[in-house]
Design a protein around this ligand. Structure first.
Ligand SMILES: *Cc1c(COP(=O)(O)O)cnc(C)c1O
Length: 334
């Protein structure tokens, strides 16, 4: 099975399963799980923040984060199409009464400082008042440069906004640019990092920020039903992923580049490579349903979108790349 739908489909490796089986177990709701605490301390250190909190998912992380930043009726500025406003069920509004104010982004998903400045309302009773700016990196696989993140964060801060970075795939930006996590997180107040995408853990994200913020987020996590008791097996997988699966993201990026190049070299009119960003190759397909079903006959799973996202990850090796290219080559013409 070659599954290119997302990097969330990764399976724990044998070594990760052993780390999970061998971990020391406590009860995390009582705060006495040594493995969860180690994971949280590790991420706090990596991000240069005072504290961190292990949560069930990226969605729960962002939700607890936005709710810990915003009171009822507060607004937050965010790029149009970013995950928090577009793909999280409207949780911040539904559960936190925090009002998302989407701003236009450029073709790479970047929020310009001028756009942020222009969005700050007058202090007038008519206008919801923003207290937070939400950024995202990578955005749809695209790396937002350090300058982009710094400039947007500075613009937000100049108006007194806190800045939250949805860094579900920040690891990919880190590896693609040869930087450190802290190079990015120094510009923001709080950050959410995912362990279950490219890093290959089965479950989990980590939210990091100032100690008082994490303590509010901890209370909110409990309220959201996110206290996980013997979370140790999950945290052990996360620690293993941090130790062994960060640098190897470069292999995923190289394979996505090879996929894009080889599919492009097929020279098909009906399958056009339109880009490659970090671990994703983007292919415009005239007959997505037919191509997806042809690929399925070759044991390859894709999302049948007109612009197909072919996502490389821990479960995709060089042989899988070759098999995908061969299957695209043999797909019937549209
Ligand atoms: C996947 C993703 C999330 C949500 O993560 P889940 O663990 O699926 O809830 C949040 N933000 C971004 C940018 C993501 O890519």
């Amino acid at each position: 099975m070659i599954d290119l739908r997302s990097d969330t489909v990764t399976q724990p490796t044998d070594a990760m399963r052993r780390a999970m089986a061998d971990a020391e177990v406590g009860d995390d709701v009582f705060g006495d799980d040594p493995t969860v605490n180690r994971l949280q301390d590790r991420v706090a250190e990596l991000t240069g923040k005072e504290a961190a909190l292990f949560v069930a998912s990226g969605t729960q992380s962002n939700l607890a984060g936005v709710l810990a930043h915003c009171g009822r009726g507060d607004a937050f500025l965010i790029g149009r199409g970013y995950h928090v406003v577009s793909y999280e069920g409207g949780g911040s509004a539904v559960l936190g009464s925090a009002w998302p104010y989407p701003l236009e982004v450029d073709a790479r998903g970047a929020l310009a400082p001028e756009t942020i400045h222009a969005a700050i309302p007058a202090d007038d009773v008519h206008f919801p008042q923003p207290v937070l700016l939400c950024l995202e990196n990578t955005m749809g696989g695209k790396v937002q440069s350090l300058d982009t993140i710094r400039a947007a964060a500075d613009a937000g801060r100049s108006h007194g906004l806190a800045v939250h970075l949805d860094g579900a795939r920040l690891w990919n930006a880190v590896v693609a640019t040869g930087t450190e996590v802290a190079d990015w997180t120094q510009h923001v107040d709080t950050v959410s990092l995912c362990l279950s995408k490219g890093l290959g853990a089965p479950v989990g994200s980590v939210l990091a920020g100032p100690a008082d913020f994490i303590s509010r987020a901890h209370r909110i996590r409990k309220m959201l039903g996110g206290g996980m008791r013997q979370a140790v097996v999950l945290a052990a997988a996360g620690l293993h992923a941090l130790d062994h699966h960060v640098e190897r993201l470069a292999d995923d990026h190289a394979r996505a580049a090879r996929l894009a190049e080889a599919i492009g070299a097929l020279g098909r009119d009906d399958v056009r490579v339109v880009g490659q960003e970090t671990n994703m190759a983007m292919v415009e397909v005239d007959a997505p349903a037919a191509v997806a079903s042809h690929l399925a006959q070759h044991g390859i799973t894709v999302l049948p979108w007109p612009t197909m996202r072919l996502v490389c990850h821990l479960g995709i090796d060089d042989a899988a790349v070759d098999a995908v290219v061969a299957a695209f080559a043999s797909a019937p013409a549209a």
